[in-house]
Design a protein around this ligand. Structure first.
Ligand SMILES: *Cc1c(COP(=O)(O)O)cnc(C)c1O
Length: 557
């Protein structure tokens, strides 16, 4: 039915004020294309996605041809024609993010209530930049910030009574995601380091150069483990200190920052008169889901008076779990903390939060404008990077209410436990190799036949490097084949495992956050990967690897 000749015979509508009024005022009929889609999405989203997202992968270059025309259409298009285009060309070629066998992404399934709620949010279209355009949404967003603040810092009721709705302060900043949250935290940290003093009006007014001259610094730096998220590099760039001033500290065998090296680097920089404006700890590294030793990092920061930021965009919600919260010990000592709501709070994309322990910290970035966000107003726009912002906080608020602490605890616990069970499954299979143990709910592994794994351990350095390189090609090939088949998905990344003396090793990365993913699904996925590995194309690669390993043995004899 949904044939392309419908598109080919597309009729153009006549632009008229009358039809424009209509699209602003009259809803689409229930039996129209859009009306039908609308119904089927509200009644059975999973079914809709199952039916409309095609499994087979089309070449991206091919898809680009559907989007090749740079001309804005002169005449209007009928809604039904455009919706048909959306179904055929866009929905069909989307990624099935929420499928329980797609365990490679940080975005997974959404609770059903998020859909109609998002619609209410869009219908109201409140703008959180100022109270004038958001009314109750501003106090609601302040409460959400307060609740996340409390999740992390556990201050007493008096504290929140005093600060949560204070017109001169904000306990944090609600934004579009972890990137902006990290930028906001480092922005505040930077401005506090180069605060107003004497005739220097502060960095915000006089700029970075004047600030460094005033304080006599030769440079500024941010320190994070080499596993730090790339958003920190962007922040270093935007904040004017430069990406090279984001210094990556080596990690240990468990992908955690080496605090001995961190402390040494801090002191070295001080010697060189380079001001460390922040140390960043990670809760849930993007690749392996590991947690930095936050307490030890907090000590290092406190002893030197450095801003301590924690990027818990991924792992922050682990705090909901009585069982696993202790993994994050020390987070309550951070000066600022990033948490992504669109990851493990199961909110649709576009929701991140940064909170500050001290209500004064964020004041260093405060800005005002006369026609909006006036001084002394409760407008949240005075403490945000972004200007106009949607009322996404309603989705976080609703998630926190409807799922509750105990609900999130269950989600977190089962994710971590599923990851551990999957790790056991991989370890029990001699042809797969677990590369990083899950600490939270992320793990990495690769396919490597038992005899190859054996031989690799005994191989001399050069041969080992060569074979790892060959295995990398195999892993890439296998992952792409699996993705192309469209039944299941893991992402892939490159690590430098200590086990192989830091040879670059390409791995599958599984993120176990979708509550609908079962152990059976994971068993099937491993079997599918084994099946792909047994295919002639991959067997040829495995054969080459074996030959390479045998070849050298032969030479040595
Ligand atoms: C996802 C993530 C970010 C970036 O967040 P966005 O929402 O993608 O902007 C930053 N840090 C960590 C650790 C993350 O997992």
């Amino acid at each position: 039915m949904h044939t392309s000749n419908k598109l080919a015979s597309k009729k153009l509508a006549e632009a008229s004020l009358e039809s424009l009024y209509r699209i602003f005022t009259v809803p689409e009929a229930p039996d129209s294309t859009l009306g039908q889609i609308d119904q089927s999405i509200s009644q059975n989203l999973a079914g809709f996605l199952q039916q409309h997202i095609v499994a087979a992968e089309r070449d991206l270059a091919d898809i680009e041809r559907d989007f090749a025309d740079p001309h804005i259409p002169e005449q209007p298009t009928f809604v039904s024609d455009q919706i048909q285009f959306v179904l055929d060309k866009l929905v069909a070629q989307s990624v099935h993010i929420s499928a329980p066998s797609f365990v490679g992404h940080m975005t997974s399934a959404l609770p059903y209530f998020m859909l109609p709620l998002s619609r209410i949010m869009m219908a109201l279209n409140q703008n959180l930049v100022k109270v004038e355009t958001s009314k109750a949404f501003t106090p609601m967003e302040r409460q959400v910030i307060g609740m996340v603040h409390h999740l992390i810092y556990q201050q007493n009721d008096d504290f929140y009574q005093r600060w949560m709705h204070d017109r001169g302060h904000a306990l944090g900043s609600f934004c579009s995601g972890g990137t902006i949250a990290n930028l906001t935290a480092l922005w505040a940290a930077r401005n506090n380091v180069l605060a107003p003093q004497g005739d220097f009006a502060g960095l915000g007014q006089d700029g970075l150069l004047a600030g460094m001259q005033h304080y006599g610094y030769k440079g500024m730096a941010v320190l994070v483990s080499e596993r730090g998220h790339y958003s920190l590099g962007k922040a270093a760039d935007i904040l004017g200190i430069g990406r090279r001033s984001l210094i990556g500290i080596e990690t240990d065998a468990n992908n955690k920052i080496r605090t001995d090296l961190l402390a040494r680097k801090c002191d070295e920089l001080k010697q060189q008169n380079i001001k460390v404006m922040a140390i960043v700890g990670i809760v849930g590294t993007s690749e392996t889901g590991n947690v930095d030793p936050l307490d030890a990092m907090a000590d290092i920061a406190a002893e030197r008076g450095i801003h301590f930021h924690v990027d818990s965009a991924w792992g922050g919600p682990t705090l909901f779990s009585d069982k696993y919260r202790s993994l994050l010990k020390g987070i309550e000592r951070a000066d600022s903390v990033t948490l992504d709501a669109h990851k493990q709070l199961y909110v649709p994309m576009g929701a991140g939060i940064c909170v500050f322990r001290n209500p004064e910290t964020l004041s260093s970035v405060e800005h005002h404008a006369e026609y909006i966000i006036r001084k002394g107003s409760k407008d949240l726009g005075s403490h945000t990077v972004e200007g106009s912002r949607p009322g996404m906080a309603i989705l976080v608020h609703s998630g926190l209410q409807i799922i509750g602490r105990q609900g999130y605890e269950l989600l977190i616990d089962q994710g971590i436990e599923k990851a551990r069970a999957f790790a056991d499954m991989i370890k029990a299979n001699p042809d797969f190799e677990l590369i990083s143990e899950p600490e939270l709910n992320i793990l990495t592994y690769r396919y490597a036949p038992a005899d190859v794994q054996q031989a690799l351990l005994a191989a001399p350095v050069n041969l080992r490097k060569e074979v790892n390189e060959l295995l990398n090609g195999l892993t890439k090939r296998l992952q792409k084949t699996q993705r192309g088949l469209g039944r299941s998905f893991v992402s892939r990344t490159r690590l430098n495992p200590v086990k192989y003396d830091r040879d670059p090793v390409i791995v599958f990365r599984a993120v176990l956050a979708n509550p609908l993913t079962t152990l059976d699904i994971l068993t099937d996925m491993l079997a599918e990967q084994q099946e792909i590995a047994d295919s002639p194309a991959i067997q040829e690669l495995t054969g080459q690897i074996r030959q390479r390993l045998r070849g050298t043995e032969h030479h040595r004899e």
